[in-house]
Write a protein that binds this ligand. Structure first.
Ligand SMILES: *Cc1c(COP(=O)(O)O)cnc(C)c1O
Length: 431
């Protein structure tokens, strides 16, 4: 199985963390997101362990909540000692209403509104990662009005090519995120930010991309960033105390994927941080990491009911399910690959190759193509694996499909953490 928490019962049912997925589908309906809370907590601890062992715990792991955001996930990661990385007023609001302490939240965004900046300053959000000069000017004015001095980091493009899908590559110069290093833009931004009297410039941030399988791009980015911090000290006489190295460690989506475990990645990054600091005689900064996918991705799966099967001779076989791009738009967005299996016959070989199609009025509404699968029959429960990240958080109401329920499994027991949307929810804002 793709992850060790997935097993098969004697009757051939797929279990996640001991919970029977076929029973969950019957009880809660489909489509259904199922998340393994114990696995999420284990990943949180894994990150904190490396930070403690390799860096004396001098830093903070902020869960990148865009991967999966609802109140319960903020409670879980908070209780494991993590902070949260938010990208909008909506994520901040959800985190704060779940009780996540404001000082452990990092606010991101390349196009933050005044409402978002005001909320961040008013609530005492711990760090605001500024992306551009307009934002710095607006934030300085808002902070001045409120008599506050928020802590600011600047997002820098370290120019690392992380060999991943083009759409999720953000560290290169042609990116809408952050200040470019090579052009001198970043240095000018540091100078500008440090001159604003209502901003407390504490450090830098970079995020080189997502679903990165190797350690080297991360270590390279850390070296570039620390080199730049040393340059800032030399040219501006400013020693910045914090460095946020973003997220990005990849997970196993298919049997062929072989990502470096995140522990190895963080160890390599911290090794590069320490080595570069020693070389430049630069004080080791307080570090932040923002993992999203590697905390929740492998911990989730989605259950569907097979509604029909359509074989087009010599072309392909479609297995059609009661969900699709509304609950998982990732294939439609960037041809992401997933493993699937028939949850009620998980002990049988996956002897067919099929295309899994969704229920939306779009030909591109697919969960995947060329997917090995047990011979599917109407009424079967289809499980799509490793859907814990960027699925529920990207869900939408196209065709007025209500968004699916999310259940969390702990010690084999499932509980609902996000209710299924009702028809009433769908028309709630209609006048
Ligand atoms: C998306 C994102 C993350 C999380 O990335 P993962 O690949 O899910 O770990 C972290 N930081 C920033 C700024 C991001 O945009």
């Amino acid at each position: 199985m793709l992850t060790p928490n997935l097993t098969v019962s004697p009757e051939g049912h797929l279990l996640i963390n001991g919970a029977d997925t076929v029973a969950l589908a019957k009880q809660h309906g489909t489509p259904l997101y199922v998340m393994d809370e114990d696995m999420i907590r284990e990943s949180c601890r894994g990150y904190n362990d490396v930070l403690r062992d390799e860096y004396a715990g001098k830093g903070l792991i902020c869960y990148a909540s865009k991967a999966f955001s609802c109140k319960e996930i903020y409670r879980i990661v908070d209780s494991e000692g993590l902070g949260a990385d938010c990208i909008s007023d909506g994520e901040m609001y959800t985190a704060l209403s779940a009780g996540m302490p404001a000082e452990k939240i990092v606010l991101h965004g390349n196009s933050k509104t005044d409402t978002e900046l005001r909320m961040a300053v008013e609530k005492g959000i711990g760090r605001i990662v500024c992306d551009n000069l307009s934002e710095l000017a607006r934030l300085n004015a808002i902070a001045g009005e409120m008599g506050r001095q928020p802590k600011v980091l600047l997002r820098v493009k370290p120019g690392i090519d992380a060999h991943t899908h083009e759409f999720v590559q953000t560290g290169k110069i042609d990116s809408k995120f952050g200040f470019a290093l090579e052009t001198g833009e970043a240095l000018a931004a540091v100078e500008a930010a440090s001159a604003y009297e209502n901003l407390n410039l504490a450090g830098l941030h970079c995020h080189i991309g997502s679903q990165i399988l190797e350690t080297e791009p991360f270590a390279a980015a850390a070296r570039v960033m620390l080199g730049f911090m040393a340059e800032i000290r030399e040219k501006l006489g400013l020693t910045l105390p914090e460095l946020n190295l973003g997220g990005g460690p990849g997970i196993r989506y298919t049997e062929e994927d072989d990502p470096k475990p995140f522990g190895e990645i963080v160890r390599a990054i911290l090794g590069a941080v320490k080595a570069t600091c020693a070389e430049c005689s630069f004080p080791e900064p307080y570090v932040l990491f923002e993992p999203g996918r590697s905390i929740v991705g492998g911990a989730g799966l989605t259950l569907y009911t097979v509604m029909a099967k359509k074989t087009i001779p010599n072309i392909r076989t479609y297995v059609l399910v009661d969900g699709g791009m509304c609950d998982n738009p990732r294939y439609a967005l960037y041809q992401s690959r997933y493993e699937a299996l028939i949850a009620n016959r998980a002990d049988q070989p996956r002897s067919e190759t099929v295309t899994v199609g969704g229920k939306c009025c779009e030909s591109g509404d697919l969960i995947g193509e060329h997917m090995p699968l047990q011979p599917a029959e109407d009424g079967d429960i289809l499980a799509v694996l490793a859907t814990g990240a960027y699925n529920y958080s990207m869900a939408m109401n196209y065709n007025r499909n209500p968004r699916a329920e999310v259940v969390m499994v702990k010690n084999g027991e499932a509980r609902t953490v996000v209710r299924r949307e009702s028809y009433e929810d769908l028309v709630r804002n209609d006048l």
